[in-house]
Design a protein around this ligand. Structure first.
Ligand code: ADP
Ligand code: MG
Length: 234
């Protein structure tokens, strides 16, 4: 099978500052990857670089067979990259339903399908962005990425700042999405064990470089490596 995503020797950052220092990896269609590493190692920067939101110094990003290295964020989204940002990006003046329809594109993830997976959002469909709890905002951010019907879903710390009981609930939904949704996914998560339990492969970053790649299952069993490379919360 040909690669869906191929990143080659990517160096990128903000202005002259280099954060990513020669990142290379590839993903097949439908594959899931846990992207792990301590705070500040460049996980969000890698996700933003895939979306075309950082300064690329060198290296390439191929997606769906096309060279998107210099493509705009809009073109990348149109090509099938769907991003749920770490900072959630809610609009206080838009309703939940408006958040879900403004960037929607045709595909299996219709509004109806979204409400099946997130019944809470159906209940909240007429609420404004600033009337939502943290967990509901995370659901909107994920659902909004899904309504673009991406071929690769990028989830940047979807469980950040949520109460443990909500984390478990949302993790179950995300795990199901990844297994049954048909799309590829990259999950950035501080809850390393949780991310590993819902993905097939794992990649760990340290100071802008890939320092570990394995199956998620084997990293889950390797407490020594996990403890050394990742701050393990649970
Ligand atoms: N907008 C920005 N401008 C300049 N530097 C940034 C910006 N965002 C992040 N950085 C720096 O890039 C490095 C990696 O950050 P980030 O990718 O957010 O890490 P992670 O998501 O792994 O916690 C950090 O040193 C951080 O200070
Ligand atoms: Mg981050």
């Amino acid at each position: 099978m040909t690669d869906l995503l191929r990143v080659e020797a990517l160096c990128a950052g903000y202005g002259q500052a280099r954060v990513l220092d020669g990142i290379s990896f590839a993903m097949k269609p439908g594959e899931s990857l846990a992207l792990l590493g301590r705070n500040g190692v460049g996980k969000s920067t890698l996700i933003r670089s895939l979306m075309g939101l950082t300064k690329r110094h060198s290296g390439s990003v191929f997606f769906g067979g096309a060279d998107l290295s210099a493509a705009s964020p809009t073109r990348r989204a149109r090509a099938g990259l769907g991003w749920a940002p770490q900072e959630r990006a809610m609009f206080p003046s838009l309703t939940v339903e408006e958040h879900l329809t403004t960037t929607a594109r045709p595909g299996p993830w219709t509004l109806e399908k979204i409400y099946e997976v997130f019944p809470r959002l159906r209940e909240r469909r007429l609420n404004m962005g600033d009337q939502l709890s943290g967990g509901e905002q995370q659901m909107v951010a994920i659902a909004r990425a899904l309504t673009t019907n991406p071929r690769l879903l990028l989830l940047d710390e979807p469980m950040e700042g949520l109460a443990p009981i909500i984390v478990q609930e949302l993790a179950a939904v995300i795990g199901r999405l990844i297994r049954e949704g048909g799309m590829a996914a990259i999950v950035v998560e501080q809850h390393a064990r949780l991310a590993l339990s819902m993905t097939e492969r794992a990649m760990v970053l340290d100071r802008g470089r890939v320092v570990h790649e394995s199956s998620s299952e084997s990293l889950l069993r390797d407490s020594e490596t996990l403890g050394r490379l990742v701050a393990v919360a649970a």
